[in-house]
Design a protein around this ligand. Structure first.
Ligand code: DNO
Length: 347
């Protein structure tokens, strides 16, 4: 496996110099953030970013994310235009040596929490989802923590009404249409598409979500069997649902060679649907991290791994979930889990 770290580009408070000092770190997972969703990423911009990363001895083989425009998810008349741009971006990324693209297919919203500063007993804070607070949210007047408010309220309303009547089947058909169109470029350029699961893995605000569980993955791979169609296995996202057995999913998907990228983090369940993010080690939460890693390694997993959201610890300022300290602790824990599993299953 290759251990990587998410880096939000040159303006990230966490620097490449800090990242490269984390033991066994191979590279960063990053993106170009100043291009409008749906537009082509020019090759020169990609190469300029890669140069900055490589200059520090780090690789840039994974992009998270190339966002999928809502027109593609909705299947509007403009989707073919956006798909052709997406294909151009894939080709440019491939030319720059990118091997894996993480994306999601969640309508309107990406990950969703009700607080970014859940108070832990040890003094740290973390992201959490509390069902009771979620029920109080009004999609017509939304101020979600972490939500970048990229839509003006009237734009959001327009978008939400465009999704009126969108079924799971229709959304899947739109995803399949998109994937079938881009797979030839991926196969030619050896770029793996790794869909991130829905977070949390259930429908929200009446919007369908279709990358939430084993059945969803079955439908997806049946419809688009290409070897470049795979997943970002995000343990914290999938694990937020008690119905998902994450080690079993890791086993099944890696046996099928569908796991290209791994987001490792732990969560703790409480209540019915409530969960909070915790430190990475198994004893901190509800997931068996060692069993997940073991399942993957046993099946020959050789993809990219990154520590996912950390808690805010040691009063670190900055982006909740994406500070340096707790993610670096997570990285060394992950390196340890892999070292042991790889030793045990060495061929
Ligand atoms: C949250 C991330 C997600 C992820 C996207 C992929 O911290 O894991 O925002 O990057 O869903 O498109």
């Amino acid at each position: 496996m290759k251990l990587t770290f998410r880096w939000y580009g040159p303006s990230d408070r966490v620097t490449l110099d800090q990242i490269r000092e984390i033991p066994t770190m191979s590279g960063v997972v990053t993106a170009i953030y100043d291009i409008k969703v749906g537009e082509e990423w020019p090759l020169d911009k990609i190469l300029a970013l890669k140069k900055i990363v490589n200059a520090k001895g780090l690789e840039m083989e994974v992009i998270e994310s190339v966002p999928v425009p809502e027109d593609i998810k909705l299947g509007t008349g403009k989707r073919d235009y956006y798909i052709s741009n997406y294909i151009k971006t894939i080709k440019n990324l491939s030319k720059a040596g990118v091997k894996c693209i993480c994306y999601n297919f969640m309508p309107v919203f990406d990950w969703l929490r009700t607080t970014l500063a859940y108070q832990n007993k040890d003094g740290s804070t973390s992201l959490a989802y509390l069902e009771e607070d979620f029920k109080k949210l009004d999609p017509k007047n939304l101020h979600l923590p972490g939500w970048d408010e990229s839509y003006k309220p009237e734009e959001l309303q327009k978008l939400l009404s465009a999704y009126q009547g969108m079924s799971h089947e229709k959304l899947l058909a739109n995803m399949v249409y998109f994937l079938k169109a881009i797979m030839p470029a991926c196969e030619e350029g050896d770029v793996k598409m790794a869909v991130h699961p829905d977070d949390p893995p259930w429908d929200i605000f009446g919007l369908p979500r279709i990358v939430s569980n084993e059945k969803d993955y079955e439908n997806l791979f049946k419809a688009v069997p290409s070897k470049c169609n795979g997943v970002t296995l995000c343990t914290g996202s999938l694990g937020a649902s008690r119905a998902n057995d994450v080690p079993a999913l890791a086993d099944k998907l890696s046996k099928e060679n569908r796991v290209f990228f791994l987001h490792l983090r732990n969560i703790r369940h409480f209540g019915t649907n409530d969960f909070q993010e915790v430190g990475h080690p198994s004893p901190c939460g509800s997931l068996n991290m060692a069993a997940i890693v073991e399942a993957l390694v046993k099946n020959g997993f050789d993809g990219y791994v990154r520590p996912d959201h950390g808690r805010t610890i040691w009063n670190e300022p900055g982006k909740p979930g994406y500070g340096l300290f707790d993610r670096a602790l997570g990285a060394t824990y992950i390196a340890g889990l892999f070292e042991e599993a790889e030793r045990r299953y060495a061929k």
